[in-house]
Write a new protein. Sequence first.
Length: 104
Amino acid sequence: MKIAQRLITATFAAAVAITTVGCASGPTAKSTGEYVDDAVITTKVKAAFAADPTVKATEINVETYKGDVQLSGFVAEAGDAQKAVQIARGVKGVTSVKNDIRVK
């Protein structure tokens, strides 16, 4: 009985170790939690764009990596691009915004 209990304990410990290492982030990879956080930030930025009447949300792409938001796409006026950056910076969780939006 003691051998079986030790085997179960060792198997559980190994599973926990593998899971912990598998979910850890590195300099080039995101953890599961970071992936979810970035997806939430992206969604909030897109929702903020959709709620603003001056920004055409369908023309601006949003990507998030570890809280850094990158905006790309095309707008009619330079002021629209600046407005999009301003809106994105106002979203909770955004650490920085990179503006790759081009004026048509």
